[in-house]
Design a binder for this molecule. Structure first.
Ligand SMILES: Nc1nc2c(ncn2[C@@H]2O[C@H](COP(=O)(O)OP(=O)(O)O)[C@@H](O)[C@H]2O)c(=O)[nH]1
Ligand SMILES: [Mg+2]
Length: 641
């Protein structure tokens, strides 16, 4: 799932546009309505024309609330950049753009809105040209500019289509098996207790999960999950997620905290960063300055140490080490923003290079700077990894070709990636691999494995009366080529996180498809279902050899419950009409065999009289014995095969 976020100057029509697109007014607070101005983040969602459901974060445009904007914007996948046609580019148009650029929010759409207020088409052309010029050289340089009016709704379909197009090629958030939810809102609901919201990344959360609230480390349990006001058993990466946490008071969690599984993340009070200063900062940045760090949804005061220069002038880049007043959760590659606390000013931002350096670095130290350089730069292994990340699961030769590495370098790079566990071979032992072996980046593999596990978990939650998802259904849901699907599934089954159950074969009326399930998964009946089942089984017991037909069973307890009883082995269908209790079926088989052994054969009439049943049952049963190759038909009688 993905999230788009608004950006742009105050009063340029961001919130109004979101309401026009989604039907949800993002301003929630009394104060926001009174002042007619967004103060905190607002949330909505919509379904794009091609069917993708996306979350929407609406940010305040007023300069006084820029820090509130920062608590949500880092998590978005694409920007909806709003410029009012009657005013054109304004200060926070530029500041928001600079922030999107520092956070490397790639791509998005520009809405030139309020076009209903502009009569002069030449003016519109001028404003659009000015916007284009402003975007040049930034992450939004290629973004389409769509003219719209939230008031007349003109241009809205084109805007939606442009958003669709902007997202279509963007990769989805990976599921790395270590979810983190930077909290951007905390509240209580009567009867539920503490609820936090945020944009989930790096993994999925499931109802019942034990979680920890970082950096404090308090524990809790996921009692309920919602995405876009819909209850979910599992929330997936990239989705706007509301988590109801039990065992936690509302005062024990705050905006900026991170919800994670225990042990996955370690809060840090010192971070090494690559930094770029904005070109229009008012004064140069000096060593030992106090700054405010914005990362995830957190905001924390920090002392800035300049590692390689005396000062950073506007537009300069450099290496920083920050000593934080409070710990935060960060990993390599996270993007951040720095601001001057007062007077408030956005200074710049960049990427986390080392989230937990062991010591306070000496300044101007060649070794330290070299290490930071290589941590952020690209070795051949990094390049091959990038290539693996973009080709997905592919034969080794394709990944190497994509990386344009020379053969020997590629071999060494691959060895390094396999050694460090950043890549793996799916269908061969490492010693036996060749250029056709399927290799995959560990991140993609984990993501895929987790996705498969979540599919199965959701399926079992949705169909509690089924043993598992048919293998074929899983294949079509994953949209993988057959060969890759088979390799992937085999590898997951080998890990033991899922199991394949061969449903009993040769049963008329029961599909023999293998199903994929969780180890130890058991079908559980509700008390009401159990009561219905008991009543039905009592009928079987009363007349074991003339029991209710399949049709009657389905009418009595429903199709799903009937199939569950078959899957559980309690009922044994022998034709499309006749079904027995498993024990009765076995007894019947044993006695027929005994009869034939003694008498040489059995006829329909003999069996009907012997078991006090009717011709219809006997015909079905004996045909079944033929199908399972126990008997053969010989004129009017059956003999053993
Ligand atoms: N005429 C006209 N007014 C608009 C349009 N979009 C927004 N407005 C008005 O502009 C003002 C600011 O809108 P708002 O959505 O709160 O701006 P935000 O600060 O960017 O969220 C409000 O009075 C809106 O009614 C539009 O397309 N046409
Ligand atoms: Mg607003």
């Amino acid at each position: 799932m993905r999230v788009i976020g608004t950006a742009g100057h105050v009063d340029h029509g961001k919130s109004t546009l979101i309401e026009a697109l989604t039907g949800i007014h993002p301003d929630r607070l009394q104060e926001e309505r009174e002042r007619e101005m967004t103060i905190v983040l607002g949330f909505a969602w919509l379904t794009l024309p091609q069917g993708e459901e996306v979350g929407v974060i609406d940010v305040p445009g007023h300069r006084d609330f820029i820090e509130n904007m920062l608590s949500g914007i880092a998590a978005i996948d694409a920007a909806l950049f709003v410029v009012a046609a009657d005013e054109g580019v304004m200060p926070q148009t530029r500041e928001h753009l600079a922030i999107l650029d520092l956070l490397q929010i790639q791509g998005g759409v520009v809405a030139l809105t309020k076009t209903d207020l502009v009569d002069d088409p030449e003016w519109l052309d001028l404003v659009e040209a000015d916007v284009s010029e402003t975007l040049a050289g930034t992450v939004l340089a290629e973004a389409p500019i769509v003219r719209v009016s939230a008031r007349t709704r003109e241009g809205l379909p084109a805007l939606l289509a442009a958003l669709d197009a902007a997202l279509v090629d963007k990769p989805h958030r990976l599921d790395l098996g270590r979810p983190r939810l930077p909290v951007d809102r905390v509240f209580t609901m009567p009867g539920f207790g503490t609820i936090v919201t945020g944009t989930l990344s790096d993994g999925h959360l499931t109802v019942g999960d034990e979680v920890t609230i970082l950096p404090g480390g308090l524990g809790g349990r996921v009692r309920g999950l919602q995405t876009h006001k819909r209850k979910e058993q599992t929330a997936i990466p990239g989705s706007r997620t509301a988590v109801n946490i039990s065992g936690l008071d509302v005062t024990q969690v705050a905006r900026g905290d991170v919800i994670a599984h225990p042990g996955d993340y370690h809060p840090t009070r010192r971070i090494d960063l690559r930094f770029r200063a904005l070109a229009d900062i008012s004064t140069p940045i000096r060593h030992n300055t106090q700054v405010k760090l914005f990362i995830g949804a957190a905001e924390v005061l920090a002392r800035l140490r300049l590692l390689g220069t005396e000062v950073l002038k506007p537009g300069d880049e450099g290496w920083l080490q920050l000593e934080l007043e409070r710990p935060v959760v960060a990993i390599r590659g996270d993007r951040y923003i720095l601001r001057r606390p007062s007077p408030g000013e956005t200074l710049g931002g960049g990427v986390v290079v080392d989230p937990a350096p062991k010591k306070r670095h000496k300044r101007f130290d060649g070794k330290t700077l070299g290490k930071l350089e290589s941590l952020s730069g690209g070795t051949p292994a990094d390049i091959l990894l990038q290539s693996l990340l973009s080709v997905g699961i592919a034969p080794l030769k394709e990944a190497i070709a994509h990386a344009s590495l020379e053969a020997q370098t590629a071999d060494q790079a691959l060895e390094a990636l396999l050694d460090s566990g950043q890549a793996l071979v799916l269908n061969a032992e490492r010693a036996q691999m060749n250029s056709n072996s399927l290799v995959v980046a560990a991140r993609i593999w984990l993501d895929l494995k987790n996705r498969v596990e979540v599919e199965i978990a959701n399926y079992l939650a949705a169909y509690p009366l089924r043993h598992g998802m048919p293998r074929e259904e899983l294949k079509s849901r994953l949209k993988l080529p057959a060969r890759i699907f088979n390799v992937v599934l085999e590898k997951i089954l080998a890990s033991g996180s899922l199991v394949e159950i061969a449903m009993r074969q040769n049963l008329p009326g029961v599909s023999p498809l293998p199903v994929i399930s969780q180890p130890g998964h058991a079908i559980q009946f509700t008390p009401e279902q159990q009561a219905r089942v008991d009543r039905l089984l009592a009928q079987f017991k009363a007349e074991p050899y003339a029991p209710p037909t399949i049709k009657t069973c389905m009418e009595n307890i429903g199709e799903d419950l009937y199939h569950a009883l078959v899957d559980l082995g309690q009922l044994m269908p022998v034709s499309s009409e006749v079904v027995y209790r498993w024990d009765d079926y076995q007894r019947l088989v044993g006695q027929v065999r005994y009869w034939i052994e003694k008498e040489g054969s059995i006829s329909v009439a003999q069996m009907r009289d012997r078991f006090n049943t009717s011709r219809r049952y006997v015909l079905a049963f004996l045909e079944h014995l033929d199908t399972i190759h126990m008997t053969v038909r010989d004129g009017d009688v059956r003999r053993l095969k």
